[in-house]
Design a protein around this ligand. Structure first.
Ligand code: ZN
Ligand code: ZN
Length: 334
């Protein structure tokens, strides 16, 4: 099979021929149809994940079909359409697993980092990492739902915001353009915040009721005119841009950050105390959360905006992703 791998931290993309792998007990082999390129793939490319072993095939936005079953795999069939996302494994025996909190498993593994992922024609996945893809969702759209999609969908549905609440999405990129669609379809009064006005029309098409241009207006004042945001989903990776947003929250509001900016946030506790507000991170979701994301997206007509590249142009697709020139998601097709 063809695969795209990285052989050392900071190494270049290598297109290699590998043997088609065999699934062990509890695993399946997936014939990959599409795999999204995520910003987190930099963790493999540049060796930023502690203990990562090389060579490694990245890719945790995988969509394909089950091609072979390992021993003991129940409830999945050969030929079934499945996705594999960031959450690649949980152990069922650690303390968080015993409490049913599989995303917090202390032995969790990440697809495409702890084991080879979807930048290949085939991959092996633990059965616990599989999400069933609804018929209505094509593979190239299912891929991005497996990381970008589930992260923002799961963050918003656990945010405590209720129908009619003001929810702002900061940044209209790979995560934000999906976050806006989910926020609108979950019944929130949806606010898009971005720099400049080039994305205003798009934001409104995706579902925003309001648009705030962060370069032309005072974001905090604009949010407070709406009564403050019950939730701000901060998706632009800039600590400088995110930190001041806390003053745009409503009482008991939540600044929710699903993707880490490189620098620490600088937030005055006074801002949090006076509004009894909070700042929280959000960690992805399990395979069932990903399947919920796929199902909700099919039900409510949510679509990622994608550019497709064939696997052998992985280097170009990856560069495009990291240049910021691509507006949303890049998907490799096998
Ligand atoms: Zn990702
Ligand atoms: Zn566990």
């Amino acid at each position: 099979m063809k695969a795209a791998q990285i052989s050392r931290a900071g190494g270049d993309w290598e297109l290699v021929e590998r043997d088609v792998p065999e699934p062990r007990a509890g695993e399946v082999r997936v014939q990959v149809e599409a795999c999204g390129i995520c910003h987190s793939d930099v963790l493999v490319k540049d060796g930023l994940w502690p203990g990562i072993q090389y060579p490694r095939v990245p890719g945790h936005e995988v969509a394909g079909r089950i091609d072979a079953l390992g021993d003991g795999v129940k409830a999945w069939n050969v030929g079934q359409r499945v996705g594999v996302g960031w959450h690649g494994y949980h152990c069922f025996v650690c303390e968080p697993c015993r409490r049913g909190d599989f995303a917090m498993c202390v032995n969790r593994r990440v697809t495409g980092i702890d084991f080879d992922g979807g930048y290949a024609e085939y991959m092996i996945a633990p059965a616990v990492a599989l999400a069933a893809i609804p018929n209505e969702v094509p593979a190239e759209e299912a891929g991005p739902f497996m990381c970008a999609g589930v992260t923002v969908y799961n963050a918003l549905r656990h945010s405590g915001a209720r129908a009619g609440d003001v929810v702002a999405v900061h940044g209209i990129g790979g995560l934000g353009h999906l976050g806006l669609q989910y926020a609108r379809r979950m019944g929130f009064e949806t606010v898009a915040i971005n720099r400049g006005n080039e994305k205003q029309e798009l934001a409104q098409t995706l579902g925003a009721h309001h648009y705030i241009d962060a370069t032309a207006s005072d974001v905090v004042a604009e949010l407070q005119k709406l009564g403050g945001a019950r939730v701000i989903l901060a998706t632009a990776p800039s600590a400088q841009a995110i930190s001041p947003l806390v003053d745009g929250l409503s009482p008991s509001g939540l600044l929710l950050v699903p993707a880490a900016p490189p620098e620490p946030l600088t937030i005055s506790m006074f801002s949090l105390i006076k509004l009894r507000s909070s700042v929280a991170g959000w960690y992805s979701g399990t395979a069932r959360d990903s399947q919920d994301t796929l199902e909700f997206s099919a039900l409510s007509d949510v679509h990622p905006m994608i550019e497709k590249y064939p696997l052998d142009r992985v280097a170009e697709g990856y560069e495009q992703m990291h240049s910021g020139r691509v507006r949303f998601r890049i998907v490799l097709e096998m």
